[in-house]
Design a protein around this ligand. Sequence first.
Ligand SMILES: C[S@@+](CC[C@H](N)C(=O)[O-])C[C@H]1O[C@@H](n2cnc3c(N)ncnc32)[C@H](O)[C@@H]1O
Length: 283
Amino acid sequence: MKSEIIQISDDLFLKLGKMLTERYGIKMSIEKKIMFQSRLQKRLRELNMISFDEYAIRLLDSNLGTEEFSVLADFISTNKTEFFRESAHFDFLTDIVLPQFQKQMPNYRISQMKIWSAGCSSGQEAYSVAITIEEFIRTSGCNLSYFITATDISTRMLKAAKEAIYPMEQVDEISMELKRKYFLKSKSSNDQKVRLVKEIRNKVRFGYLNLMDDLYELKDDFNVVFLRNTLIYFEQAVQIEILTKVLDRLVDGGFLFIGHSESLINMNLPIRSIAPSVYVKKI
Ligand SMILES: C[S@@+](CC[C@H](N)C(=O)[O-])C[C@H]1O[C@@H](n2cnc3c(N)ncnc32)[C@H](O)[C@@H]1O
């Protein structure tokens, strides 16, 4: 039997939407009501709830609310990602960023290159960076040391990212040579999966970080930041606040990558454009 759709009123949607925007920056205009309602059906059923009013009580509960908001953000945020997404960025890393870093390394104060994938979803972006750097090291013969920090608000995505196990189709577009080197194949023939090799997994540390937080609790400053396809979900004023905090953690002369459909026009930030959706922090 088909179960009935549980409806949310405009008022309650706007109230919860406002709270979500305040906590996570996610834009929540009334056009998103149907999406919100349909994505939350599963969660309400998991909790045996029959109305959004009941769900709102859980969200506002002082004990359960914080955790439930994070579950809610998980249900409604878009986690779409893929290996080597917007591949020109990985070519730019190989052709411009890594040779520059290699040249500077002997006189550089920091001997390890540090990269941050902010809004990393299930990890494919961070692992694509690691593979790109490994290939650069192999072909150039240089002795470059690096480490990648990858952060997100979705605990579900972070768990998947740490496991680094993906359906086989996700690596369809990757060359056979790279697949052989960096991915292990599952033994089961009816559920084909791949897993990143340990050497690559060990190069990335995943952790929770809400870009809306006032202070980013990160150990390092970074030479390269990937902040791609994440800003798009925020209002422009919030984007500027986030970019200001992110740029604070980028070293002078460091590189910022944003998504191809995102724009930093008229934001007056201390960066200059160097290639499509790639910026350098001004010295
Ligand atoms: C569409 S994915 C982008 C993944 C990857 N950067 C890429 O370009 O393929 C956007 C990610 O941003 C995360 N996100 C949304 N709001 C966030 C916030 N306030 N702080 C940190 N991450 C957030 C989502 O959980 C999601 O995984």
